[in-house]
Design a protein around this ligand. Structure first.
Ligand code: DAH
Length: 353
């Protein structure tokens, strides 16, 4: 054999060994590869033996080439052995002899909606079907929108209705007007400022109060605001819309009751209740023995609020409402403590999946 054909043979051995190795999926296959390649009668061993057939001046270089091939293939062999031996190896798992088609499949765990999210979606869908558009707004709000433009001036005692979480960030003029919105009502203003009438929107979103928590209070909860402004809107429209909502959520038989209440941004203002779905109005623990359950605040948009956003109160009128999403979910599902919603207790949450 001459030097040239020796180099060719070496190259062929290398190519074949590497391509067979890349097909290997099991330890058994790897072992036969080792015997065929590096074993006593293997191709590489044969190559080393063939050195003695070469002319003397070419032996040294051929020897070092054959030895380097042996080293390379030995290292590859060891790496494959470690790889196939570890259960993490993709090749091992995909190797034909490791596929057990009789194993049961793995379940994909499906999540489910949080009960607040489910309530928000259900409520918004009811209003969407009546022509309201669902929109969202900022949770960090300006004093102007959260209070002033809603007819709640600075230092006015009406502010006591909303214990606020103020954000300690000074603006250029030295004022600190930022807070976490205490209700979704500021979106009434933002909506009216951004478009001419008519308006029909429903606004779900997170709200925040500086308050101690108990069974009916959370410092963070979710409200759903609604606003309709147009020509000729009257209190009868408010009543019809909210009564229809109550029936769709709590059942066809529900009656709605509207009593006077005070909110600075509406006039007249109302507290909306439904007759108790549990006792049909006879009195039970769910309705605190009154036969009625309060579900939201509402009213006719105050003329000052309309004028403040540039709507002419002589031409336009409207109604608005605000309700707590958790409260509606609590009533629907018989949940007795609002704190369950945000304590991350899977036993509680899984009941609504
Ligand atoms: N924003 C009020 C609150 O958080 C609820 C409310 C009352 C909203 C009357 C309204 C309304 O839009 O008309 O207590």
């Amino acid at each position: 054999m001459d030097k040239k054909s020796y180099i060719e043979i070496r190259a062929q051995i290398e190519q074949k060994a590497l391509s067979t190795l890349s097909q290997i999926g099991t330890l058994d296959e790897l072992e036969s590869w080792r015997i065929d390649t590096l074993g006593r009668n293997g191709t590489v061993t044969g190559l080393l033996r063939g050195i003695s057939d070469l002319p003397v001046d070419g032996r040294k270089e051929a020897g070092s080439q054959a030895n380097s091939l042996k080293d390379v293939l030995t290292k590859k062999y060891e790496a494959y052995k470690a790889d196939i031996g570890s259960s993490a190896s993709i090749r091992t798992r995909n190797g034909p002899s490791f596929l057990d088609v009789t194993l049961p499949g793995r379940n994909i765990a499906l999540g489910s909606l949080h009960p607040t999210t489910a309530a928000v979606r259900e409520i918004c869908r009811v209003f969407e079907s009546m022509g309201f558009q669902t929109i969202e707004g900022p949770e960090v709000e300006l004093d102007t929108y959260n209070f002033q433009k809603l007819n709640i001036p600075k230092e006015h005692p009406a502010r006591d209705m909303w214990n606020s979480l103020w954000i300690d960030r000074e603006l250029a003029d030295g004022s600190r007007p930022l807070l976490l919105r205490t209700h979704t009502s500021p979106m009434q203003i933002r909506t009216m400022e951004s478009q001419p009438p008519p308006v029909r929107v429903v606004v779900p979103g997170k709200t925040y109060r500086y308050e101690a928590t108990d069974a009916t209070h959370e410092w963070q909860f979710c409200q759903i605001e609604g606003l309709a402004v147009d020509k000729d809107i009257t209190f009868a429209n408010l009543k019809a819309t909210l009564e229809e909502f109550a029936k769709r959520i709590f059942g066809d038989k529900r009656k709605a009751r509207f009593r006077c209440d005070f909110f600075p941004f509406v006039e007249p203002g109302a507290e909306v209740s439904i007759d108790c779905f549990k006792c049909e109005g006879n009195g039970c623990p769910v309705c605190g023995n009154t036969g009625w359950i309060e579900i939201m605040g509402a009213g006719m948009v105050h003329p000052k609020v309309l004028a403040g956003v540039g709507y002419d109160p002589e031409i336009y009128s409207g109604f608005a409402w605000g309700m707590g999403a958790e409260r509606i979910a609590m009533l629907k599902h018989g949940i007795d403590d609002i704190r369950h919603f945000y304590s991350n207790d899977m036993k509680f949450l899984k009941q609504f999946s």
